[in-house]
Design a protein around this ligand. Structure first.
Ligand code: AMP
Length: 540
């Protein structure tokens, strides 16, 4: 017997409709490239998104067509996020930190029809323009300079759309709405296609109080994470669904500019990778009384959170750092390090230890771990590769022609993350499968060593890689960036690590470098360090 509930499709325009109906007066704030602040209401946003949707339709965009963006985080990008899926087309944000070669490869593979680009990013577009064949380029005006004649002006396009002709997509909720490419450091980037349904369910789940994120209408949310990376972790969708005030930093991602916006806009929740939050902490520490902050949560993910980051924000500024884990393939939220009833009364130090874990899967995401002996026990000790499934987990890659090793025969995604799972169902990532160090048959977690090293008072950043060793096969080697004006000796570091790890975990060697190379989304790029090591054969 079928249930007798309505067949209500979970689609992106339903989010827009809700925001317009209920939160029309709430604000969306953007810091523009010239640092001026743009403000408008959800009402303005909905009107302009609908006008843009109609205009794009008139420019030839139809269901399933891809519309790419090359943009920072700002209100016009948000409009595109909603306008494109609202006519059944697919919005495809491009990672502006990809190389021109990768960008042209992606645009051609995705067969993007229209490209919407920030005027300040035109120099980047010019680098690969001749390699791509989009039918139209729309430029978002941001400077006094004239927009070249061969391009359309975004504002003129929006103005041309007749809102009364807006017909929201009401088709199949499984239709594609959003596309993003992985920022993997090996091989070509791969396309992931989010559906209307997966976007809605992901937004709903991330909003649940049980994930400890709990964004509400009262929140003022500033996503530091770019809208070109895994849909800015879904903030544009979940914030719009609940009518939270949204604050976009534009291209101004330095700690000073972010702290200024946190203060002036009374931001209550932000999210980004640990490296950005580290720079914010350092800036705050350099003058602790300069900023008055209203932040209740800093959501951190993308890489493991160093313990001292959690402790320092809590102890010195009363701000909770919430550790989350995800992947582009998972829309991206997979787990969050919630404070369970068991932990609520634990000591602060225990809570900080706990915050190092990537957390419990969010509702509807299922997890399991597997090693060469089969599924791992949930004992917090046995390591294995994490596998996941759920309604916002990719089932395959876009146009993947080779048989993918990323999916198990029974349809779970193999994450490539080596984890232990505790008896309470908390994931702790020990490494990426390609980064884990296998020394004398035992696994050493490079992440654990890095986090410990970054807790040393003179260390700004540290990354640990596996280097070849005749006796042990592999040994850990640490690259360390000292804090400004500090010097560090190897013996000092060894001593610092001695009481924290088994002897065989302590790195064999180390080298000081100016900065750890980063990926396009701000994670440590260990492949570059491995290349560096191989080139230089650094040994101590
Ligand atoms: P991306 O698709 O670029 O978001 O990268 C996904 C990968 O980032 C995951 O498979 C993990 O290896 C890593 N990652 C994401 N969040 C965390 C975290 N909280 N701790 C450690 N690694 C993480």
């Amino acid at each position: 017997m079928r249930g007798l509930m309505m067949e209500y499709q979970l689609t992106v325009p339903s989010i827009l409709r809700r925001a317009e109906t209920l939160f029309g007066k709430k604000e969306i704030v953007s810091c523009l490239p010239d640092k001026t602040i743009h403000r408008y209401t959800y009402s303005d946003f909905a009107k302009r998104s609908k006008k843009l949707a109609v205009a794009l339709y008139e420019l030839g965009i139809r269901e399933g067509d891809r519309v790419a963006t090359l943009s920072w985080n700002h209100y016009q990008h948000l409009e595109v996020y909603f306008a494109v899926p609202s006519i059944g087309a697919v919005v495809h944000p491009l990672n502006i930190r990809f190389s021109p070669d990768d960008l042209s490869y992606i645009i051609n593979e995705a067969e993007d029809k229209i490209l919407i680009v920030d005027q300040v990013l035109l120099p980047l577009f010019e680098k690969f323009k001749s390699l791509v064949s989009v039918s139209k380029v729309i430029v978002i005006p941001q400077t006094q300079e004239l927009i070249p004649k061969e391009y359309l002006n975004y504002e003129i396009v929006v103005a041309s759309g007749d809102e009364s002709l807006f017909q929201p997509f009401e088709g199949d909720e499984y239709a594609a709405a959003f596309m993003c490419y992985t920022s993997g450091t090996t091989g070509k980037p791969k396309g992931i296609l989010y559906s209307h349904r997966s976007i809605l369910l992901h937004a709903m789940s991330s909003l649940l109080g049980c994930c400890d994120i709990g964004i509400t209408e009262r929140d003022v949310v500033l996503p530091v994470v770019p809208m070109f990376h895994a849909s800015a972790w879904g903030f544009p969708f979940n914030c719009t669904l609940v009518g939270a005030t949204q604050v976009f930093p534009g291209p101004h991602l330095d700690a000073g500019s972010l702290l200024h916006l946190f203060q002036t806009e009374k931001v209550t929740l932000t999210g980004g990778v640990p490296t950005v939050m580290l720079s914010i902490l350092n800036k705050l520490d350099s003058d602790p009384h300069k900023y008055k902050l209203f932040l209740r949560i800093i959501m951190v993910g993308g890489s493991a959170v160093p313990r001292f980051l959690v402790k320092s924000f809590d102890e010195r500024y009363g701000i909770k750092v919430l550790h989350t884990w995800g992947m582009t393939e998972i829309s991206p939220l997979g787990s969050s390090s919630i404070t369970t009833s068991k932990l609520a009364n634990a000591s602060k130090e225990e809570q900080y230890d706990h915050a190092m874990k990537q957390g419990m899967p969010v509702p509807l995401v299922e997890i399991r771990g597997r090693n060469e002996f089969g599924f791992i026990p949930w004992d917090g000790v046995t390591m294995g590769e994490l596998e996941v499934r759920g309604p916002w987990v990719a089932s395959s890659y876009y146009r993947d022609t080779e048989p993918s090793t990323k999916f198990t025969p029974d349809g779970w995604l193999r994450t490539g993350d080596i984890v232990v799972i505790t008896e309470d169902g908390f994931i702790e990532i020990k490494d990426r499968s390609k980064d884990v160090i296998k020394s004398g048959g035992e696994w050493i977690s490079s992440v654990a060593l890095e986090n410990a090293l970054m807790g040393h008072p003179s260390v700004l950043e540290a990354a640990v890689i596996a280097v070849p060793n005749e006796k042990w096969m592999e040994r850990p080697f640490a690259y360390v960036v000292p804090k400004e004006g500090k010097t560090i000796s190897f013996d000092d570091l060894k001593e610092f690590l001695a009481d924290k790890f088994a002897k065989f975990w302590i790195p064999e060697g180390y080298a000081i470098i100016e900065a750890i190379p980063k990926t396009s989304v701000g994670k440590f790029q260990k492949s570059a360090l491995r290349e560096k090591y191989n080139k230089e054969h650094v040994s101590v």
